[in-house]
Design a protein around this ligand. Sequence first.
Ligand SMILES: Cc1cc2nc3c(=O)[nH]c(=O)nc-3n(C[C@H](O)[C@H](O)[C@H](O)COP(=O)(O)OP(=O)(O)OC[C@H]3O[C@@H](n4cnc5c(N)ncnc54)[C@H](O)[C@@H]3O)c2cc1C
Ligand code: SF4
Ligand code: SF4
Ligand code: SF4
Length: 390
Amino acid sequence: MQIVNEKSKCCGCTACVNSCPLDENAISLSFDEEGFLYPVIDTDKCIECHACVKACFYHTGVIDIERISKNIHSYAVVTKDTDLLNKSQSGGAFGEIARVIIEQKGVIYGAAVTDDGVVEHQRIEAVEELYKLHGSKYVQSQMKDAFFYVKKDLQSDRWVLFSGTPCQIMGLRKYLKKEYSNLVLVDIVCYGVPSPKLWEKFLESYVSKSKEKIKKIVFREKRLGWKVCKTVLEFANHKIVTDGWTRLWGGGNALRPSCYQCKFSNLDRPGDLTIGDCWGIEKVYPNFVNEKGVSLLIANTKMGEAVFDKLKNNVDFCKVDINSVLQPRLVEPTKQPKNREYFWCDYKSMESDEFFHKYTKKPIREIVRNWISTGLNFIYQLKFFTRRLQ
Ligand SMILES: Cc1cc2nc3c(=O)[nH]c(=O)nc-3n(C[C@H](O)[C@H](O)[C@H](O)COP(=O)(O)OP(=O)(O)OC[C@H]3O[C@@H](n4cnc5c(N)ncnc54)[C@H](O)[C@@H]3O)c2cc1C
Ligand code: SF4
Ligand code: SF4
Ligand code: SF4
């Protein structure tokens, strides 16, 4: 028997793998040729109980969530904690939500980067460790046994906050099969997730040239500005700032096939809370703009609203009409580029250097645009100094 019939109908959530009742699991994850993990059934071990199929929302449908009204409960949020704001990708909404749960002696699950540059879900208990989960990692996060441990924590009556992409949240709901009153689910507005193996190859191309071990990776360095999307690779003795990875995933070719047909690029969110960037806030509330970032936070359920009530004294916030700050990924999925097939053919056939050069080089129009803006800036500065000298 097979569980994945079409690549676009598997998001890699791991609900199926974690649902297999056999001691020696008959279903495991394996990388495909694009570098994404998919479940594969070992037919010699499988007893055809169909527990894996039942846990998959592509096979048995998504769970309906009891929501509160969509419009009234959307907020633009900026944490009052400057340190947290600097570490977070947007306005620090996630960090504030996590603190509420840690205060209840709860545990937090979210995406972190290992010392080897692998993006995976980790379990955090102490507020001092939360920094590992801050910031967006633009690679599909590997779930490993996270669902299993979430269930264990819930059954031992601890508060649990699980954060991730909407499909991971729905996968967890399906795996758990029932509602827990000690569980808070946070989904992110999601553009789509790039291939983990492509990321490994990209990172390796820098590590092999530098001959040093990587010390730190920041996928979108906030210190360069909220709106700047550059990756910082920190080695022992030097730092590389690159927009190469942004070009690769931003181009759309590197995303998982399920992302182009995402079931969650709309306002029917699977989480109690949804967090994202509040792009467009300048048009609605210009006074609320913060150059360090503004979060969009939507409380979808009563649980979400209750958590927001607990954190609202620690943030600056204003209520927003969701339609005035509707992020593109709350309307429709990212479009599959027409040349995606060629991109992956090149990935398989080209040498790394040649491949990355082809897909990460700046397009001519961007180079020309940069020249023009540098030129205009120079003329402006010159005029300014000449006027001051007169
Ligand atoms: C792949 C990806 C695509 C995104 N696309 C959009 C978009 O199109 N529009 C938009 O408005 N916002 C998008 N975001 C969300 C946005 O970038 C911020 O992550 C979000 O606003 C939270 O910021 P924060 O300041 O509240 O907290 P932060 O502390 O920065 O929050 C980090 C949170 O993101 C989670 N996270 C980080 N990386 C991953 C990952 N690879 N997989 C699963 N969860 C992860 C962590 O678990 C944590 O909950 C995307 C994030 C990711 C990871
Ligand atoms: S449960 Fe998740 S990982 Fe398993 S087949 Fe379905 S979508 Fe894929
Ligand atoms: S059908 Fe049952 S035994 Fe077979 S892989 Fe799925 S869950 Fe495991
Ligand atoms: S775009 Fe949709 S399918 Fe892809 S990772 Fe995000 S939530 Fe999952």
